[in-house]
Every structure is written in structure tokens, then in C-alpha cells.
Design a protein around this ligand. Structure first.
Ligand code: FE2
Length: 314
């Protein structure tokens, strides 16, 4: 396992052929490497802008997905290619596996560096097989037994609105989506909404028996926010009304020392590289968590997701 971690992501350099030709020629081998290591970095290619990136996504992983049940501000650049999260650049985005709080998620993520940042701004990666190993077995077992819960509150006049998250104004549509995706809804006041979802903390990738720490219990916990943001949000909304927070699956609070331990388990598994223009990073979403460092400069990274997976499906 240690060799695997040391080479995340595996770098594939330009061999003189267009990237989509290289992928066509080596698709099976590249996909095997991606799943084993958790990440591939295509470097030194003339990708051909957002259209070229879209072709790379399709060549390696098929039709890209529409971004649903949003948790972060993001807008479409073109078709199903999106901006990476439009989040303040001086804030870190903690390591997470895309959409692990949903009933289904993409297996493959793509990041395309249109403009590199001046400083930092990497997409750090952490092998979640290693994160699992880094967590005290007693902590793991408790979470496996009790599972984890995400509570989100959408306020009419603050932050992300439910209409944006669920991409509709129609409450009945939201209710149908929630029922199909094991989300509990509670309409609040004139136009507020609280959602609760209980999920497993450990998942297995199709075709593998190696357990992965695959959840947003750490990412969405209030203590993973910057201190001043935590205090501001608690003052505005109280613990019950926070835009997002996580609990054990039975609704009990997760102790702070457990959260500190989980954050440390991710950080100890984290690796990083500096982006260069035209880098294409491919991440196996059930093998590697990704995040975002704070940065300076005009960083522009496009993202796309592919290969939807519903747990239980092989
Ligand atoms: Fe993400």
C-alpha cells in the first residue's frame, strides 16, 4: 500500500500524440492504474481548451454528469463542464469524496487547469484506504455501527437556497427526489427547508474488498470551518439551524476529539502537487479524497464528473 500512496497521482507525460489518441490506445491500462492508485495526472499535453477537456472526459469515462443536489457554488462553463467551487480563495476546502452524502455519486472526477494560481491552490489528494487505516479502530467501529447523519438547513435569505440545490421551485419535485434518495425533509417557515440524510461511513468500490473511509462526516462538521466562520454561523442560526453539520446517524453529537482525530487521519494521508497550465487530473472518487488549498492569483480550474455509481451495485 505504501508504494501506491507514494505515487498518487501517477503522472502520464506527453509522448507526442494527442491526449485523446493516447487514451484510446491505452484506455484499459490507464483505467486500471487510476483505480489502483486513485489518481492520474496528464501533463504537458495541448488539451485544446474546454472543448478538448470535454473530449478527454468522454474518451476515458464516457458521458459527463449533470451536477445535482449541490453543496457548493459552481456554474457551468460549457455543457457539463463546470467551474471548480466558487469559494473564497483564502479559505481551504477540506478533503472529501465528491457527493458521498448522496445516495449515488460519480466514480470518476476530472480537473482541468486552465489558469494555474500564483501560489498554492493545489487539489490535495488523500487515499481513503489509507485514511481508513489511520483511524483508531474503536472510532471506526462506532461509526460503522451508528453511521453518520448530514443535516442541512436552507434559509430563504442566506446562502444557498433549496431551489438552487434541487434545481426546481416545485416542493413536490423536491419531495419526490428526497423520497427516492433517502433524504428526510422538514419545511420550515415561509421558505426554509431542513434535510436529514443518514449514510454509511465505509464503502467498497465495485470489484474491491478494501474498505474506504467514504463520507462527508468530517467535511460538513461545523468544527471543520474556519474559527471565525464557525462562530458567526452559530451566532446567526444556532447549532440547529447551521447550513450544514454532521452527527452520528442516531442524531447524537460527534465529540470534538473524535473530529480532531478524523481531520488528522485525512491530513496524514494527504499529498499535493502544483498545477501547471493544461494539466488534467483524473481522480478515482472512491479511492482518493480531494480538497483545495487556499491560493493567490487567477486560478481557473474546470471540473467534470462521470460514471454514476449507486452503492450495492457491482
Ligand atoms: Fe469536490
Amino acid at each position: 500500500m505504501s508504494d501506491t500512496i507514494a505515487t498518487l497521482p501517477v503522472v502520464v507525460e506527453n509522448d507526442g500524440t494527442p491526449l485523446t489518441d493516447l487514451i484510446d490506445r491505452r484506455r484499459a491500462e490507464l483505467r486500471t492504474t487510476l483505480v489502483e492508485h486513485g489518481g492520474l495526472l496528464f501533463r504537458g499535453f495541448d488539451v485544446g481548451g474546454v472543448d478538448g477537456f470535454d473530449r478527454v472526459v468522454r474518451a476515458l469515462a464516457g458521458e459527463p454528469l449533470t451536477y445535482t443536489e449541490r453543496s457548493s457554488p459552481r456554474h457551468a462553463i460549457k455543457g457539463k463542464v463546470y467551474t471548480s467551487t466558487d469559494y473564497p480563495q483564502d479559505e481551504e476546502i477540506f478533503l472529501h469524496n465528491e457527493n458521498s452524502y448522496q445516495a449515488r455519486w460519480p466514480l470518476t472526477l476530472f480537473f482541468y487547469c486552465i489558469t494555474p494560481p500564483d501560489t498554492l491552490g493545489a487539489t490535495p489528494l488523500a487515499d481513503v484506504r489509507r485514511v481508513y487505516q489511520n483511524i483508531d479502530p474503536a472510532v471506526r467501529e462506532e461509526f460503522v455501527r451508528r453511521r453518520w447523519m448530514l443535516v442541512r438547513n436552507f434559509h430563504a435569505d442566506f446562502g444557498t437556497q433549496w431551489q438552487h440545490v434541487f434545481n426546481t421551485d416545485d416542493r413536490a419535485e423536491v419531495e419526490a427526489y428526497a423520497a427516492a434518495n433517502r433524504i428526510e425533509l422538514e419545511w420550515l417557515g415561509a421558505d426554509g427547508l431542513r434535510t436529514r440524510a443518514v449514510r454509511d461511513v465505509v464503502h467498497h468500490r465495485p470489484g474491491s474488498d478494501i474498505p474506504r473511509w467514504f463520507n462527508h462526516a468530517t467535511f460538513f462538521h461545523v468544527t471543520s470551518l474556519a474559527k471565525d466562520l464557525q462562530e458567526g454561523l452559530l451566532e446567526l442560526f444556532g447549532a440547529e439551524g447551521l447550513p450544514a453539520n454532521t452527527y452520528y446517524g442516531d442524531g447524537a453529537e460527534i465529540p470534538t476529539d473524535v473530529m480532531d482525530h478524523l481531520r488528522e487521519a485525512y491530513r496524514a494521508a494527504s499529498v499535493r502537487f502544483d498545477y501547471q497550465r493544461d494539466d488534467v487530473l483524473v481522480v478515482d472518487n472512491m479511492t482518493a479524497a480531494h480538497g483545495r488549498e487556499p491560493f493567490t492569483g487567477p486560478r481557473k480550474i474546470a471540473v467534470a464528473m462521470a460514471e454514476p455509481h449507486t452503492p450495492g451495485e457491482k
